[in-house]
Design a protein around this ligand. Structure first.
Ligand code: DGL
Length: 259
């Protein structure tokens, strides 16, 4: 593995930037290629085979650029194609899955765990098998919030639009039954602050982003770049100016850093 090769990041769109954001903090000297398949997003409403084909097209493109590792910063693409990717490429392939395991192991009380993810992730065998394996006390429920993907892709973060949607989706859910909410789609991270307005303050909202980057770091071992770092962006096979993506990365900055 050559240290100065970039690390490839892939998502159906701009959701994976929330994982890249963690990577930039934990591995700041690395070079990155970020590929958003925004022309074909959302993936979560498509059949598995279609997502598999789209995802492999994108990851073939990334691997052809020459990368030392590949991060599938998309729960949906991971559930549809991670096995194929691991067979297909020589480089380490790091996938994502909803952080159900840490949620159930942290839930020492009788309260429940609610997983938000895309329609396909929640339907897929990978998620069902994960729940069957770790949810020994039958505490896990789930809810697709697919429209959040489109809102994020359109850079629609207006509370007046998002809050009514969340309230409508959560209408039939008694949130007091839950101790933990798992964000099982990387696009959903952008809405965490808005979610906090409808979710009781004692309910933890967790995601798998940090765990994914820790996994990447472990897989890289000694093969770390000594800098300088940088990011090259692609939008569905075409180079795209950084400004398009940086406006999303800025949304993730802590409030104190914005002023
Ligand atoms: N960001 C994706 C995920 O983590 C998928 C969103 C979509 O395209 O539906 O699942």
């Amino acid at each position: 593995m050559k240290k100065d090769l970039p690390i490839g990041f892939f998502d159906s769109g701009i959701g994976g930037l929330t994982v890249l954001y963690e990577a930039l903090r934990m591995l700041p000297h690395e070079r990155y290629i970020y590929y958003a398949d925004s022309d074909r997003a959302p993936y979560g409403t498509r059949p598995k085979d279609e997502v598999r084909t789209l995802a492999l097209h994108a990851t073939d493109f990334i691997v052809d650029q020459g990368v030392k590792a590949l991060v599938i910063a998309c729960n949906t693409a991971t559930s549809a194609a991670i096995g194929d990717m691991r067979q297909r490429y020589k480089v380490p392939v790091i996938g994502m899955e909803p952080a159900v395991k840490p949620a159930v192991t942290h839930t020492g009380d009788p309260k429940r765990v609610l997983v938000f993810a895309t329609e396909l992730t929640l339907k897929e065998a990978k998620f069902r098998e994960l729940v069957a394996r770790v949810d020994t006390r039958k505490q896990v429920d789930f809810l697709p919030l697919q429209e959040l993907v489109l809102f994020a892709e359109r850079f629609e973060f207006d509370e007046q639009v998002i809050l009514p949607y969340l309230k409508m989706k959560l209408q039939a859910v008694n949130l007091n039954e839950y101790s933990t909410i798992v964000l099982g789609c990387t696009h959903f991270i952008y809405f965490k602050k808005i979610m906090e307005q409808v979710i009781p303050p004692d309910v933890r909202i967790i995601d798998g982003n940090r765990g994914t980057v820790l996994n990447l770091k472990n897989r890289l071992g000694e093969c770390l770049n000594e800098g300088p770092g940088g990011i090259t962006y692609f939008l569905s096979d075409q180079p795209k100016p950084a400004a398009y993506f940086e406006k999303y990365l800025r949304l993730l900055e802590p409030a104190s850093a914005k002023t």
